[in-house]
Write a protein that binds this ligand. Structure first.
Ligand code: FES
Length: 332
């Protein structure tokens, strides 16, 4: 296996894998099966994990692994071609071919299944099915009761339908096709109307779907609702950001005492980089936590979509976080 250890940090391990198969999975959706060129086992992953894929021209994109974590011989991702996106999905569709060798990161996971759930409800919106499909495989293997709801415009837009057929036949999976009218699909508020002790909810999908799930689950107990954005949602400008807090501030490197100004239109990651302090970044949108750094002093406006409330007391994401104090001390 061609594994390049750039640093002794598993999140920075890169792999060079062979594209064994590309399959059409649904309208605009291809899946990519990646294997070790020598047929070796791949590093293990848990359901909910994603990889970075390096698609050339400096583009790095994150895609969830959607095959069963028990399958050590391959990673499978599914990519929806987004004509209005930032170019990552188009590059994957246009450039990656069967027999190519692609560089990826080792799997990382910010969307874990809770091991002691009595029951799990998986709600997928469109291409958001990818991490939830891996979860369905893992739940099947562990024997935990679950039900999966897959929302899409119509059957032609649903991915992995052949592979998911067995789940549907056993009553574990229900499709909800809305014909492009969100109100005509799954009644998420009704589905989540009554929290049941020991039940956990996981959802992933596009912005409107995420809002609907969030609004429908506000009364669920803390720690029972889990979600992952695959695209940074539109974020209203906070009052703090609108005030002096969004302006210039200084980050101080704890180990060296170096003070680095961060300008109003500059990210902390960019300011660090310009000053010669490298922090690895990937999504640059607060989605992947690649750029996560511990902070020791200062007030933070987090702006990410990945860190838990607990993590936010200790860490920030340097791609999107801002200081609401004049100085932030980083544990670098
Ligand atoms: S680079 Fe992805 S969260 Fe900062």
């Amino acid at each position: 296996m061609d594994t390049v250890m750039e640093e002794p940090n598993p999140t920075k391990t890169t792999l060079k894998l062979l594209v064994k198969q590309i399959r059409f999975e649904g309208k605009g959706i291809n899946s990519y099966e990646l294997v070790d060129p020598e047929g070796e086992d791949l590093p293990p992953f848990d359901a909910g994990a994603h990889i970075d894929i390096y698609v050339g021209d400096g583009l790095i994109r994150q895609y969830s692994l959607c095959n069963s974590p028990s399958d050590r011989k391959r990673y499978v991702i599914a990519v929806l071609r987004d004509e209005t996106g930032r170019g990552g999905s188009k590059a994957v569709h246009d450039k990656i071919r069967v027999q190519d060798i692609v560089k990826i990161s080792a799997p990382r996971n910010h969307f874990h299944l809770i091991p002691d759930a009595k029951k799990v409800i998986l709600i997928a919106g469109g291409i958001g099915v990818t991490p939830l499909k891996a979860m369905a495989h893992e739940l099947e293997a562990s024997g935990i009761d679950f039900e999966m709801h897959y929302c899409a415009k119509e059957f032609a837009y649903a991915a992995f339908t052949a592979e998911l057929e067995a789940l549907r036949d056993r009553g574990k999976l229900r499709y909800h096709f809305d014909g492009g009218q969100p109100g005509a699909g799954l009644d998420i508020a009704r589905l989540l109307s009554e929290p049941t002790p020991g039940t956990h909810v996981y959802y992933c999908g596009p912005g409107g779907f995420m809002n609907a799930c969030a609004n429908a689950s506000t009364h669920w107990p803390a720690g029972t609702v889990h979600f992952e954005h695959f695209k940074a949602p539109a974020r209203p400008i906070s009052e703090k950001e609108a005030s002096e807090a969004a302006g210039d501030f200084v980050v101080k490197i704890a180990s060296s005492g170096q003070e680095i100004p961060v300008l109003r239109d500059q990210s902390i990651a960019d300011a660090l980089s310009a000053a010669g302090v490298t922090v690895e970044t990937s999504c640059c949108a607060g989605l992947c936590a690649t750029c996560k750094v511990r902070y020791l002093e200062g007030e933070v406006e987090h702006n990410d979509f990945i860190l838990s409330d607990d993590e936010k007391t200790e860490y920030l994401t340097t791609c999107v976080s801002r200081a609401t104090s004049k100085e932030l001390v980083l544990d670098l």
